[in-house]
Design a protein around this ligand. Sequence first.
Ligand SMILES: Cc1cc2nc3c(=O)[nH]c(=O)nc-3n(C[C@H](O)[C@H](O)[C@H](O)COP(=O)(O)OP(=O)(O)OC[C@H]3O[C@@H](n4cnc5c(N)ncnc54)[C@H](O)[C@@H]3O)c2cc1C
Length: 391
Amino acid sequence: MSKVPSPLVLVGAGLASALVAQRLSLATEGLPILILEARDTPFGEHTWSFHDADVDVSDFTWLKPLIARRWDGQAVRFPRYRRHLPSGYSSLTSASVAAAIAGLDNVELRLATPVASLSGHHVALADGTVQLASCVVDCRGYRPSNGLVLGYQKFVGLEVELREPHGLAHPVIMDATVDQRDGYRFLYLLPQSPTRVLIEDTRYSDVAEMDETALVGDVNGYASTQGWSIDHVIRREQGVLPIALAHDFDRFWSELPSDIPQAGMRAGLFHPTTGYSLPDAVRVANLVAENWPSNSEQLAKAIRQHAARQHRRQRFYRMLNRMLFLAARPERRHLVLERFYRLPTPLIERFYAGRTSGYDIARILVGKPPVPVHRALACLREAPLLKNGLP
Ligand SMILES: Cc1cc2nc3c(=O)[nH]c(=O)nc-3n(C[C@H](O)[C@H](O)[C@H](O)COP(=O)(O)OP(=O)(O)OC[C@H]3O[C@@H](n4cnc5c(N)ncnc54)[C@H](O)[C@@H]3O)c2cc1C
């Protein structure tokens, strides 16, 4: 009798596990993959967007089934400056991801199955059952860590059907022509059809606490100022994303077992300035495929080495975040972004992709900073913040 092979077990049905499952399914012949999700619906309530330049052209081949919508440009608005950028932009949604994963014959998704503990060769479910695995990847999402000093990007978004067309041809990544409250505030607009749009009120704030009711009111208020009349709300999403001001790599990873691979927010793999994890999750999905066949120990080592490289590359973004959160007064933070958006398009694209070059850094820093120089200088070093915490 032939023995049924143990599956690759992905713990958590979120963005990171979906990308690993999709990438590996196309790269391997019928590899059994089991995704275990604690909740009774998979993939949460999200719109996950990314810029074309965040990923390699070849990634679109395997990402395509997951993508709900793509635009060929985007815009930003500041009090003294507006700009259209010809940079492509795409969104995945929880629904488009769920549909794509459901279409993969080799992937089994088990809902309402909380995992109590993990090892490299099996996971123990909360009901006491043990599931054997050829490899386990921990994709359980964000976890607080003593190795991170954070600011926050927090937002509430309403996807609404309007009574009249909104007139937006492209996403508006930041409309910062609004009152500056609770840090840097902007609206994010994602047109879904001529009359349907996702409107998100976003704050770059010092504190994680969020008054969701007030933000819903602010989204409604913004719609009125645009002359939009909301017929009904289709769905709502909200988030509080980590913005890394300082990151102690060794401390962060000492909190995790070294023989179990972690992916996504769990692994601290997000852009320090946006809190977005999709570009990094794509890279990790590629890394898993390149290292396959593998086991938990080998994969854990490969991902940790990748994370160490990312941590070094992201040093500049953490320094900029310290400028934004510690040197700039909250009501003047939007000036930092306004200034940034006057730079050339390829530089902006490389910034979001996490591929900022030495030359880009010079371009970003040159000239009169929109923050007091003595306060900017006090933010240059990461170590004091890691030692003493936030002032
Ligand atoms: C509303 C929202 C919008 C966002 N938009 C973007 C965006 O546009 N672009 C972008 O790049 N990033 C975006 N982000 C940031 C980030 O990319 C997301 O948070 C992303 O979902 C993180 O992926 P993940 O797989 O690490 O974690 P998650 O997607 O959070 O998935 C973790 C999953 O693990 C499950 N889980 C937890 N514990 C257990 C357990 N014990 N057993 C079983 N399952 C468990 C959770 O229920 C969850 O489903 C957004 C975040 C939010 C909240």
